[in-house]
Design a protein around this ligand. Sequence first.
Ligand SMILES: Cc1cc2nc3c(=O)[nH]c(=O)nc-3n(C[C@H](O)[C@H](O)[C@H](O)COP(=O)(O)OP(=O)(O)OC[C@H]3O[C@@H](n4cnc5c(N)ncnc54)[C@H](O)[C@@H]3O)c2cc1C
Ligand SMILES: NC(=O)c1ccc[n+]([C@@H]2O[C@H](COP(=O)([O-])OP(=O)(O)OC[C@H]3O[C@@H](n4cnc5c(N)ncnc54)[C@H](O)[C@@H]3O)[C@@H](O)[C@H]2O)c1
Length: 453
Amino acid sequence: MRTNRFDLIAIGTGPSASTVAEKTADDGKRVAVIESREFGGTCALRGCNPKKVYTNAANLIDRTRGGQDKFIKSDGVRVNWAKLLEFKREFTEPVLEHSEASFQKRGITTFHGEASFVDPTTIRVGEHQLSSDRIFVGVGGHPRPLDVPGGELAIHSDEFLELESIPQRFVFIGGGYISMEFACVAARCGSQVVVLERGDRVLSPFDRDLVKQLVRYGKSRGLDVRTDAEVTEISQGDDGSFVVQYRQPDRNHATLQTDLVVHGAGRAPNLDGLNLKAGNVAFGDDGIKVDSLMRSVSNPSVFSAGDCADTGKPRLTPVANEEARVVVKNLFAEHPQVRPDYGQVPKVAFTVPPIASVGMSQHQAEASHKVVVHHQDTSSSGSVRKTLQPCGGYKVLIDKDSDRILGAHLIGPAADETINLFALAMKFGLTATDIKSTLFAFPTHASDVRQML
Ligand SMILES: Cc1cc2nc3c(=O)[nH]c(=O)nc-3n(C[C@H](O)[C@H](O)[C@H](O)COP(=O)(O)OP(=O)(O)OC[C@H]3O[C@@H](n4cnc5c(N)ncnc54)[C@H](O)[C@@H]3O)c2cc1C
Ligand SMILES: NC(=O)c1ccc[n+]([C@@H]2O[C@H](COP(=O)([O-])OP(=O)(O)OC[C@H]3O[C@@H](n4cnc5c(N)ncnc54)[C@H](O)[C@@H]3O)[C@@H](O)[C@H]2O)c1
């Protein structure tokens, strides 16, 4: 087998690998990119972007229904699911069509297939063998296998985003980002939806009080969230429907009959087929072990970033992008020294309405600082009611000594946008007084921030 030599081999085409490959090629280096599925990665094809089409639709339906009792005249708002799927494809199909060509236009050599290490500087893909002193691994993740009998009967988020029609009944396993976002979509589109979460709360990265508000609002709109409910078995009957068994502390076992079961019980790094041992690349359950320069701790030729790198950071696109920026700086540096500047990573679950968070939780802040807590349910305030989606609230944590923001937690219309103001303020150390002294356009959701401080 002939071996092709490159300055860089990038494995994957998600946000992390495409940034690393493109910037390196733009610098005049010989780059190879390998992708085992469609070119474009999770975020653009099966994650953030297509998902947002569905959650925007669900929020629109929710608000339109909110107006029906008031000034919108119609005999019921219904979704045309097939058209929604078509609309989603308007955003994914261009990626499918153009992604590989755009690598090639930059002079990057593209390969299709599953990459695996042959030795610390050699990669095999299909019939090809490629070698380089620099290999970037940005292979992302996949749904963690559901370790219960019948676990394989549950569909994954990829399949949810490609459903041709929407069934009457759904059960979602897990109460994290994926389940709660998709469950809100399904419920607003008319299905009966149950979320089963084994922990004592859903959406654990978000503020407990605001999550309670979200669950209450969802309940009044067809979304049934059950906590302390661990799924133990899934089976399928002769009529094609499914039975989900789960355990709750107060009962032995409960069962639910449903038309579709969706796995939202967590994801794991895509490391299985990479033969990392042959590449001398150390890894664990949480991904490839990297140092603070994003380099493998065991093989100096290998860098990694994004969902498959074990950094302890949330597995989100902005995190993957920041780590990729660092890799680009360090790959060919004589003395690599750039480290990620994560700042405070803002998090948003695109539920109905969205919920957002940046910085410390109330518990973390109170354990380490003297804290002023500004917490309010704003569902009945004018600015929230005007949106026809009466669910809003905030919890802002301010350090009593320095007047700086320690954490901000928001729910409601535009929470997904407003959280970025807090991220900016926190990164640059603005005080609550600085923010309050800034004029914001009115009436906007940003202008509500002054009342939160
Ligand atoms: C349903 C869903 C919704 C999401 N929503 C959001 C959101 O709203 N906001 C947000 O910030 N994040 C979101 N995320 C997370 C976000 O998509 C990821 O954090 C991001 O895509 C990580 O980028 P990456 O480059 O690490 O990997 P990916 O984007 O996962 O790309 C990895 C690529 O590597 C390929 N690959 C895997 N193994 C091999 C191999 N052996 N050889 C060759 N190629 C291989 C894969 O096919 C894939 O194309 C969402 C994720 C999901 C699943
Ligand atoms: N808006 C966003 O930024 C966004 C959206 C989707 C996904 N993501 C990324 O994808 C990752 C994976 O998302 P996810 O929602 O699959 O995982 P997650 O880790 O966020 O949540 C999984 C949940 O499933 C529960 N669970 C596990 N096994 C269970 C069982 N047998 N029965 C009942 N509950 C069970 C866990 O307790 C947990 O609460 C996220 O952590 C995030 O990094 C981000």
